[in-house]
Design a protein around this ligand. Structure first.
Ligand code: PHE
Length: 345
């Protein structure tokens, strides 16, 4: 009897442990613990065991019953847990591609600024940035603008509603990056090679002008800096930014703060200099430059007898349009936050 009980316990245990699912486990439970189950039947026969052994066998049978029931319960929990995990796995299929958060990118003007900075970095120009809210002195006065120059007029420049400084004059929003020239000379001694990229402001808004735009201003001051260095610097930029096959040319011009002054043109990338509707006879105007006026050097505390320098200032928006061959119907779209436009770049 004892032997049979232990054998049934072993059989039941190994079957329970191997059960694959709840249905199978229920069947095993029924086979052993059900009304006519093997274990139930055997327990019923305890009454035939000789009396002196009956209590002992009875205890053993109870222990076996309890342990088989326990094992069934444990297995049931395990199977249910496995099922829950399987369902969870279905919901959380880690092999599915995730939902990507919408990632933005740098604005096309910021991209252009970074590209321009890198080009000039290669030839030793250090990037700087000077105030957008600026004194008249740095933007005009120190750059030889006369007291009644039209650029100082309300209609060209934004004036800040603040008390003018007796020495610096009124406060304005800087209309060009040339305001960084004298500031840089005050900050550093020659040799100087600066690249000032900043926001500029002018009171003009139409299809080809935005009231806020960007300029990049190069300035080099040192011993014997000549106009050949200026031309070499232009060429390096034109080749790096627009491409090897583009040419630059200088045209005489006039600025208050450079002498001689030039305007720089770059050969048109669309017609390759032959002339098309995008350019003027094969050339596109890039912007101004020249040799820094001795008076401007003096205003920055630099001795014009010892040092000379060149400067140039071009529009970031302009060079970008020229590079990409972009023909925007309205330049103001750049700052309109129109995603369908911006996402293209
Ligand atoms: N500041 C001038 C402009 O806004 C450009 C320029 C810069 C010209 C430096 C000469 C030297 O157009």
């Amino acid at each position: 009897m004892e032997h049979e009980l232990l054998k049934i316990k072993n059989d039941a245990s190994s079957l329970i442990i191997a059960a694959e699912d709840e249905q199978e486990l229920n069947q095993i439970k029924l086979d052993f613990l059900g009304k006519s189950g093997k274990l139930t039947q055997l327990v019923k026969e305890i009454k035939n065991v000789p009396e002196e052994r009956r209590p002992e066998i009875g205890r053993l049978a109870n222990e076996i019953l309890a342990s088989v029931e326990d094992l069934v319960e444990t297995k049931l929990n395990e199977l249910r847990g496995r099922k829950r995990a399987a369902v969870k796995k279905q919901i959380l299929d880690i092999t599915l591609p995730g939902k990507k958060p919408q990632a933005g990118h740098l604005h096309l003007i910021t991209q252009a600024i970074e590209e321009i900075s890198e080009i000039f970095e290669h030839i030793g120009f250090t990037r700087v940035r000077y105030p957008e809210v600026e004194w008249d002195w740095y933007a005009f006065g120190s750059l030889n603008f006369s007291e009644n120059h039209p650029a100082r007029d309300d209609w060209e420049t934004f004036f800040i509603d603040a008390e003018p400084d007796p020495r610096m004059g009124p406060m304005i929003l800087t209309p060009h990056t040339s305001s960084g020239q004298v500031r840089e000379m005050e900050r550093r001694k020659p040799p100087i090679k600066m690249l000032n990229i900043a926001k500029c402001y002018r009171r003009q808004s139409d299809i080809s002008h935005t009231q806020m735009f960007h300029q990049f201003e190069g300035m080099a001051i040192g011993d014997g800096v000549s106009i050949a260095d200026l031309k070499g610097t232009f060429d390096f930029f034109v080749h790096s930014y627009f491409g090897k096959n583009r040419k630059s040319r200088l045209r005489p011009f006039h600025f208050q703060f450079t002498e001689p002054s030039v305007e720089i043109d770059v050969s048109c990338g669309v017609c390759n200099g032959r002339g098309c509707r995008l350019c003027k006879g094969g050339w596109l105007e890039l912007g101004g430059g020249g040799m820094i006026h001795p008076e401007v050097l003096r205003n920055g505390g630099v001795d014009p007898k010892k040092y000379s320098g060149f400067a140039f200032g071009w529009g970031v928006e302009r060079v970008l349009m020229m590079k990409e061959g972009l023909e925007l119907d309205d330049l103001r779209i750049l700052y309109s936050n129109r995603l369908d436009f911006l996402e293209q770049f």
